[in-house]
Ligand binder design. Structure first.
Ligand SMILES: Nc1ncnc2c1ncn2[C@@H]1O[C@H](COP(=O)(O)OP(=O)(O)OP(=O)(O)O)[C@@H](O)[C@H]1O
Ligand SMILES: [Mg+2]
Length: 250
């Protein structure tokens, strides 16, 4: 492991039957980076994120987080250690308000039984109100999630992911389906929060303009392997990377 890596991945391999989705991936993520994972469809980006988040069985290789092996750890364990990710808000929660969703996120962050204590609920409501302000939803606290725009909903999901104060945040295509304006709005907010709170970000993003604006470092994945890693400027100039994107794979 490199000295300052928050996350260190060595020789990670994941197969689905005969198909090799990830082949011997090495990856280092120093604390404080906003690291973009890019590559054509089917490259293995989501599989890689799922491996780190403990959502896939049968992952070979080693994943170290804060220097401790977490290769086969369960998602709950990883969350407790400080790895967070967004989850799409499920149908059941669409009828609830933004405030109710955010409050549940803070209650859950305090542990399942914490909601039974009145003081925890009051604190969760205070935290939820403040987080709604942070993600620009202060005026929508009472709105049903189903009535929010996609951009508002994504910012709510992001705020909910911050509720348990993760050190590393994993975002798989947070801007999927959004307009260019909404995309930049969300990712500017994400970048600002990551910087202000000293967290670390690993995100998958197809919009290269967003990547070049937000990322401090970029890894390019192709067919289950790392093709290149570097600063956004290095990646933009890399001829192998250009060939992948100009070659019509994307
Ligand atoms: N559960 C699964 N069972 C079988 N094959 C899978 C499974 N999950 C992913 N794959 C295959 O692994 C490969 C990598 O998929 P993955 O979703 O990681 O790609 P990706 O880089 O995230 O692509 P995209 O940009 O389209 O999201 C694809 O060929 C996909 O079909
Ligand atoms: Mg994907």
């Amino acid at each position: 492991m490199k000295e300052h890596s928050l996350l260190s991945v060595r020789g990670v391999r994941k197969t689905f039957g005969q198909f090799v989705a990830l082949n011997n991936v090495d990856f280092d993520l120093p604390a404080g980076e906003k690291h973009a994972l890019i590559g054509p469809n089917g490259a293995g980006k989501s599989t890689f994120i799922a491996c780190i988040a403990g959502q896939l069985p049968g992952v070979e290789g080693t994943v170290l987080f804060k220097g401790e092996e977490v290769t086969a750890a369960a998602p709950v364990d990883l969350a407790r250690r400080g790895i967070g990710r967004t989850f799409q808000i499920s149908r059941a929660f669409l009828d609830m308000s933004a405030m109710e969703n955010m409050t549940s996120a803070f209650v859950i962050a305090n542990g399942a039984w914490a909601s039974l204590r009145r003081s925890v609920l009051a604190n969760a409501e205070d935290s939820a109100r403040s987080m709604l302000e942070t993600v620009g939803l202060g005026d929508h606290a009472g709105s049903r999630v189903a009535d929010l725009s996609l951009g508002d909903r994504k910012r709510l999901e992001f705020g909910m992911a911050l509720a348990n104060d993760p050190d590393l945040l994993l975002l798989d295509e947070p801007t999927a389906g959004m307009s260019i304006k909404e995309r930049h709005h969300l990712m500017d907010l994400v970048a600002a929060r990551i910087d202000e709170t000293g967290k670390t970000l690993l995100f998958v993003e197809h919009d290269i303009d967003v990547v070049l604006k937000i990322a401090t470092r970029v890894t390019v994945m192709v067919r289950g392997a790392v093709l290149a890693a570097g600063t956004p400027a290095e990646i933009a100039e890399n001829e192998e990377v250009q060939a992948v994107y100009l070659g019509g794979h994307h």
